[in-house]
Design a protein around this ligand. Structure first.
Ligand code: TMP
Length: 231
């Protein structure tokens, strides 16, 4: 593993998050990226939110069952925050410190979109939760997969088969349209960190666009942006 000569420590891993509405293809493309990194000789783990650590997976079950919704938007947001706190401290930070790349299916932008923009939880409340759960940890790159809502929802329905829609899949089309706009707005507001990718095309084209963003932005001499988290 490469050494950081300045401090004599191994280079930190890179932290990549994947975001988007339902049925955008995040799981498929995270897996493809992990395989590509492996082929390049880079160690990577794939994880997800809510979940990714044993404690957070229990909370995932609670929120996706719809039980969190009964508590109201702020309390439901606290459940996502509790899951994130455990996941960051138990899985994400230790991996990055060991030089392992972390590919995470959803992260704090999902809270901004689902609980903030759609659930109307105030930005001040979200900021306070982020201070506690992630501190200064920022993804080095956020890949936002964009698909028309009807296509994403039909992909999600096909994947689900005869299963029941979860808490968020069950929301109406208007909710999902606003969600798409919320993610597009995040990409527009933070172009340094985010890349918006048209996922309404064949998987090979989407994978190539993701790899191009990763190699252009992260496989250079630039230090990990998430490094400041440990400063
Ligand atoms: P998924 O893993 O299948 O995408 O399901 C996770 C669901 O949880 C998805 O509908 C988005 C939602 N979610 C939030 O509402 N807030 C969050 O902070 C996160 C991480 C996910």
């Amino acid at each position: 593993m490469a050494e950081n000569a300045a401090i004599g420590a191994p280079d930190r891993g890179r932290f990549i998050t994947f975001e988007g509405g339902e049925g955008a293809g995040k799981s498929t493309h995270i897996k493809r990226l992990a395989d590509r990194l492996d082929a390049e000789g880079l160690r990577a783990i794939v994880t997800r939110e809510p979940g990714g650590s044993p404690g957070a997976e229990i909370i995932r079950h609670v929120v996706l069952s719809g039980m969190g919704k009964l508590l109201g938007p702020e309390a439901e947001t606290l459940l996502f925050a509790a899951a994130r706190d455990d996941h960051v401290h138990a899985v994400i930070q230790p991996a990055l410190e060991q030089g392992i790349w972390v590919l995470c299916d959803r992260f704090s932008d999902s809270t901004r979109a689902y609980q903030g923009r759609l659930g109307q939880v105030a930005p001040g409340v979200l900021n306070a939760m982020e201070r506690v759960t992630i501190g200064r940890l920022k993804p080095d790159l956020t890949v936002i997969l964009d698909v028309p809502v009807e296509i994403g929802m039909s992909r999600a329905a096909a994947r689900r088969g005869t299963g029941t829609p979860d808490r968020f899949e069950a929301e109406d089309i208007q909710f999902h349209r606003q969600l798409r706009e919320a993610f597009r707005q995040i990409a527009q507001d933070e172009p340094q960190r985010c890349v918006l990718i048209d996922a309404n095309t064949d998987a090979a084209t989407v994978a190539a666009a993701i790899w191009s963003a990763v190699s252009d932005r992260l496989l250079s001499a630039a230090p990990a942006r998430n490094e400041i988290a440990s400063a």
